[in-house]
Write a protein that binds this ligand. Structure first.
Ligand code: FA5
Length: 354
């Protein structure tokens, strides 16, 4: 049956109205897609109308063409508007479901803390930097020459027994103390630029059996001052100021005669017990004093072996165990706690960081 141009235009218009009402009722993009296929696809009524074009008179063809393209323009416009509307609705729904209460307290990230030995080492460094010392590093794998010989401990010297260690070969070993850094620093020092004042913190190793106060690996801080007319009283004044800074203003020190091959005279330095303040308690084994370090005046032979004239220069040196200082300050009863990585122990020492 052939339809007139008027009927075709009418049919196109009806189709458009139907499409518009379906678009308006659509609830999601999937429904819109179905509408698009139904109204503009190959099997759509509109396509059938387009096929009628060939049967129309020449002057009627543009009329139908105009009606069809009018359909498309209108249809697409309504479709686009609906897509935007659905998108906006979707976003609003999402936002409504995601209510953000900006007044809720935030989640504090867990921040770690420096190991208590690192904190103690840094406090010691800060103290000596304040007195104008430089902080020097030295090798942990050391040669016999620096660890022993230049420290006045020639081969077969009986005092080597006090510091047995792990040997890599005849000449190479894990250093037993930080004292070899003394020789390494003295050899390089230029006295025209001022006195030598250094500390050197670091790991040391000994063939010691582990117990509550001994470990086969621990940390020391070496101290060394060399200049013209350095005296034992300079050592005592420095260590008194250090002890007060570490253990409290009321702390006193005493020097007891001792022996180290690299110092002459040599002393052990004790501080007044900061628990009983000298009265006597289990901590200080009822003596009122606690030993913290070894020290002395640098032996003239040690100065000479490092190229310094002992008739012109003198110096003092000291060496302390960082673990020992931390154990005393925080009343820690077993050195092994430092190395076991037990968070219940470590997290007690948060320093100033948390
Ligand atoms: C020395 O190592 C000397 N080099 C110190 C020194 C330097 C004296 C400069 C004079 C001049 P000593 O062996 O006493 O000395 O060790 C020094 C400190 O290291 C001790 O007071 C102790 O705190 C610590 N220490 C020694 N052996 C151990 C160990 N096995 N475990 C933990 N700490 C230790």
């Amino acid at each position: 049956m052939t339809q007139s141009i008027e009927e075709l235009k009418q049919q196109t218009e009806s189709l458009l109205q139907e499409a518009i009402s379906q678009i308006a009722a659509a609830e999601d993009s999937q429904m819109l897609n179905t509408i698009r296929v139904n109204f503009t696809g190959k099997k759509s009524e509109l396509n059938n109308i387009s096929k009628m074009m060939g049967k129309l008179d020449k002057d009627q063809k543009p009329e139908l063409g105009k009606a069809i393209s009018g359909f498309h323009a209108n249809f697409n416009q309504h479709l686009d508007d609906k897509i935007s509307q659905l998108k906006a609705e979707e976003l609003n729904k999402k936002l409504a479901g995601e209510v953000l209460d900006v007044t809720l307290p935030g989640k504090t990230p867990k921040v770690g803390t420096k190991h208590i030995l690192t904190q103690t080492r840094e406090e010691i460094e800060t103290f000596f930097l304040g007195l104008g010392y430089q902080v020097v590093d030295g090798p942990e794998v050391e040669v016999d020459l620096y660890n022993f010989e230049k420290m006045n401990l020639p081969k077969n010297h009986p005092a080597r027994d006090m510091q047995d260690t792990f040997y890599i070969d005849q000449e190479l070993l894990l250093r037993t103390h930080t004292s070899p850094v003394q020789a390494r620093t003295m050899e390089k020092h230029d006295f025209s630029k001022g006195p030598l004042k250094m500390i050197s913190p670091g790991k040391v190793f000994r063939r010691d059996d582990d117990d509550a106060t001994h470990s086969h690996q621990f940390q020391q801080v070496e101290g060394l001052v060399v200049d013209k007319s350095i005296k034992l009283s300079d050592l005592k004044g420095t260590l008194l100021a250090f002890s007060k800074a570490m253990f409290g203003e009321e702390t006193e020190i005493r020097l007891r005669p001792s022996y180290f091959p690299f110092t002459e005279p040599s002393v052990e330095v004790d501080v007044t017990c900061f628990k009983c303040h000298g009265e006597g308690c289990p901590m200080c084994k009822h003596t009122g004093w606690i030993e913290i370090l070894g020290a002395g005046m640098v032996h003239p032979d040690v100065l000479e072996m490092s190229g310094i004239d002992p008739t012109e220069y003198s110096g003092f040196a000291f060496g302390l165990g960082i673990e020992r200082v931390a154990m005393l300050r925080y009343n820690i009863d077993d050195i092994r706690h430092f190395y076991q990585n037990d968070l219940r122990f470590l997290s007690q020492f948060k320093g100033g960081q948390n």
